[in-house]
Design a protein around this ligand. Structure first.
Ligand code: KG4
Ligand code: ZN
Length: 336
């Protein structure tokens, strides 16, 4: 059979990314131009700046992705692109570029849901990994428990009712003076902190719920820090980081394992930026080992936003016959 080559484009937040992916699982190139340094000046992603930087970077990123894969547009079978959810101005840049390329070269266009992309990152390094499995998607914008019964078949069992897991990491990092993006900083600080130093709440919600809530935990950290400062107690950021992280990880692991058991699946996949968190990876590994479950975790570069995962998702859409028109629009709150 003929190889299928997808050129994939991702621009939903603050990374301008393009990749060439062969037959869904083989990454020929994966180019990421990050704007993080720029947004760090403002303590978070500034949407208008993100859009403008995407416009400046996108042509070069695509050219580089094609060059590194040693292919031209001639060789490409379809253009895959994230069309939601995300920042609308940012999404529009990648989508307009993808449509222009598809139109100019006569190649089909395949729109991809960003979360589906994150989940599909699990197929790239792990050639035998396949549905059914339970996916925990934790990023700066999302915390979802998704039952993947087949390729392209997703059932959202639970999601966050307030802050996303990554958002909680970023906000807590700000409170304890660690800056943006907070996830990797808390991860590093927690390694030398005591996870039992402060008893922060684990919010499990109703007994049978797969939803998450992290805003109470975030407030608990804020209250703790304020109280300590009022009493002139020195705070130990590493201990707070470790204690906060343990509270997040306990809830994520417990709910994911329960969801897998309830649905009779024995495979779990982690996805999204927070899936590169070392404590989450280790706790989930131990829990899966105890249950006899298989755990799939992508390398950190495939957990945070990238286009290879979009190329993988686009491939499965493409072989299922999905083709989008040039009227495809960006949808900042696209549902899975
Ligand atoms: O998936 P992603 O790159 O972008 C979104 O789609 O949101 O995720 C970014 C989020 C940020 O909140 C960042 O702080 C968090 O992932 N993150 C981490 C780690 N690396 C990135 N959180 C915890 N531990 C990490 N090592
Ligand atoms: Zn993402």
């Amino acid at each position: 059979d003929k190889d299928i080559l997808i050129l994939a484009i991702e621009s939903s937040c603050d990374e301008t990314a393009a990749a060439v992916v062969k037959n869904g699982r083989e990454v020929l190139s994966n180019i990421i131009s990050s704007q993080i340094a720029l947004h760090t000046l403002y303590g978070g992603v500034v949407p208008e700046i993100a859009s403008r930087k995407h416009i400046e970077a996108i042509d070069g990123v695509i050219q580089k992705a094609l060059a590194e894969a040693h292919v031209t547009m001639e060789d490409i079978d379809a253009v895959g692109v994230t069309y939601g959810p995300g920042l609308v101005g940012a999404l529009l840049v990648g989508l307009a570029e993808a449509k222009a390329l598809a139109y100019a070269t006569g190649k089909p266009l395949v729109g991809v849901h960003h979360i589906e992309g994150h989940i599909c990152a699990n197929y790239i390094e792990n050639k035998d990994f396949a549905p059914p499995y339970m996916a925990l998607v934790v990023s700066g914008g999302h915390s979802h428990l998704v039952y993947v019964s087949d390729y392209g078949k997703y059932e959202i069992l639970g999601h966050t009712r307030d802050d996303a897991a990554g958002e909680a990491y970023d906000k807590v990092a700000r409170v304890i003076g660690m800056g943006y993006p907070g996830g990797p900083k808390i991860d590093a600080a927690a390694k030398v902190g005591n996870p039992n130093a402060v008893k922060f709440p684990r919010v499990f919600l109703e007994e049978d719920s797969y939803d998450f809530s992290f805003s109470g935990l975030k407030s608990a950290v804020l209250n703790y820090v304020n109280k300590e400062r009022m009493q002139n107690h020195p705070i130990v950021p590493e201990d707070i980081a470790a204690s906060f992280q343990q509270a997040v990880v306990d809830v994520l692991v417990t709910k994911t394992i329960r969801a897998a058991k309830d649905h009779g699946v024995t495979k779990i996949a982690l996805a999204g930026g927070v899936a590169s968190n070392s404590a989450l990876r280790e706790s989930m590994r131990l829990a899966c080992q105890k249950e006899g479950f298989y755990l799939s975790v992508p390398s950190p570069v495939l957990c945070t936003d990238n286009a290879a995962m979009i190329g993988c998702a686009a491939y499965y859409e493409y072989i299922a016959g999905v083709r989008d028109g040039l009227d495809l629009n960006a949808n900042p709150s696209l549902k899975l």
